[in-house]
Design a protein around this ligand. Structure first.
Ligand SMILES: O=C(O)CCC(=O)C(=O)O
Length: 262
């Protein structure tokens, strides 16, 4: 069903085309996301113990979520509004390629402004969207605990042009406070950066990656346990079609892979 009718999804897709992102406020039920938060805490702890300096820059952790339990909830990964908007901006029959978290803790710094992917073609203008991130925080995010800072309308131009525009004031930096349940859908080419978490509590932000039907990203994947896959509806199984199937997913992943920044 979803919360938005077809017309509202069209309007959100139009806003996405213009701005490079849209926000769906109060989209997921708070209790569901609090369950993710509780399940996430023991996954973060070993990474912090193993590497106090952060595996994604100072005071920042990139942590993959095991595809099981609440993290394999089809009502989240196949949310009709979200997938409806993804399909409008990145074409029919997308693939889900990533399920992870970004967590700044106390001591984190401003990241450099960046995009999360290089252009598809080095020698041609930027294309329509091909790689999207769906972000939602596991805690309320305000000015103190490291809100994402982003720019509007920088997703269809080169990194240099976006940086120049930011410097010249043609684009403004916007901090995006979010509450539990809020969802952001963004083109990963939009110029953005993480900001410092000044509190003593981690600020986990989930990232679910959706790509165009034909786009395979070898640098990310989801290990999908066969039994979990078998229990999912057809729509979810289809979204996961490019991912490896495993007997059991590890609880803790080796994050020596770090997302590149472009
Ligand atoms: O966690 C955030 O707010 C942003 C993180 C980010 O952009 C990154 O690590 O590439």
């Amino acid at each position: 069903m979803g919360k938005y009718d077809e017309g509202a999804r069209d309007a959100l897709a139009e806003a996405f085309e213009r701005d490079g992102f849209v926000l769906l406020r109060e989209h997921f039920p708070r209790a569901k996301i609090e369950a993710w938060r509780d399940a996430f805490a023991p996954l973060l702890a070993p990474h912090v113990e193993a590497d106090a300096s952060g595996n994604r820059g100072p005071g920042r952790y990139y942590v993959t979520l095991p595809f099981e339990g609440e993290f394999a909830d089809p009502s989240i990964i196949c949310d009709e509004d979200i997938v409806g908007i993804v399909e409008r901006v990145a074409g029919r029959d997308p693939v889900m390629c990533q399920l992870a978290t970004d967590t700044p803790v106390h001591g984190s710094k401003h990241q450099d402004w960046h995009r999360d992917t290089p252009p598809l073609f080095d020698d041609a203008p930027e294309t329509p969207s091909f790689q999207l991130a769906v972000n939602f925080p596991l805690v309320d995010v305000d000015d103190h605990n490291g809100p994402l800072e982003t720019t509007r309308g920088t997703h269809r131009m080169s990194r240099e042009e976006a940086l120049e525009g930011l410097e010249a004031g043609r684009f403004t930096a916007e901090r995006v406070p979010m509450r539990i349940g809020d969802v952001m859908i963004r083109d990963v080419r939009g110029l953005h950066r993480g900001t410092p978490n000044l509190t003593g509590e981690p600020r986990p932000m989930v990232v679910i990656g959706y790509s165009r039907a034909w786009y395979f990203r070898p640098e990310v994947h989801i290990d999908v346990p066969r039994a979990v896959l078998a229990a999912l509806p057809a729509r979810a199984r289809r979204l996961l079609r490019f991912n490896p199937q495993v007997e059991r997913t590890p609880r803790i992943f080796d994050e020596s892979y770090r997302q590149f920044a472009y």
